[in-house]
Unconditional design. Structure first.
Length: 156
């Protein structure tokens, strides 16, 4: 083997490793909060306490009423629920989360830096979707990976 063939083989192996490592990876670029995270939140918390518990919000909206000197701040977070399977036969056994449920936004409302309450964003809630499992997704990804592998072999 000469140096050119070794470089081609190494490039082929590295390319395959990168493709296999990246195949099927659905990584969200935006942070999500879940139902379990809401248990950390209490009425009257400050904005700093909420950010500490949930992380940075997606959006921040500020309104100021100059007559009453009231500042209303809204923090908006991505929110998703979990679908749970039926509980087991064992007593005191909690049901297990099986998949992600619907996705929407949650809006936390603060008045003068004190949490007044939170609710799901009504507009986003009306468009909320349930994530359905995709049966052909794994097969299509495998076919795509095999096609990429064939193309790389043909190039070399």
């Amino acid at each position: 083997m000469n140096g050119t063939q070794i470089i081609k083989i190494i490039t082929l192996i590295l390319g395959l490793l990168i493709m296999v490592n990246c195949a099927g990876q659905n990584v969200s670029a935006e942070p999500w909060i879940q139902t379990d995270d809401l248990f950390k939140i209490k009425i009257g918390m400050s904005t700093k306490d909420v950010i500490t518990a949930l992380g940075k919000p997606l959006f921040i909206e500020n309104e100021m009423d100059e007559d009453d000197e009231i500042t209303t701040t809204r923090y908006i977070y991505n929110f998703r629920t979990k679908d749970y399977t039926e509980g087991s036969d064992k007593p005191n056994k909690a049901p297990k989360a099986s998949a992600w449920g619907r996705t929407t936004n949650i809006q936390f409302t603060f008045i003068n830096d004190s949490l007044l309450g939170w609710e799901e964003d009504k507009l986003t809630l009306s468009m909320a979707t349930n994530n359905k499992p995709k049966s052909a997704g794994g097969t299509l990804q495998l076919i795509g990976l095999l096609l990429n592998f064939i193309i790389i072999i043909k190039i070399f």
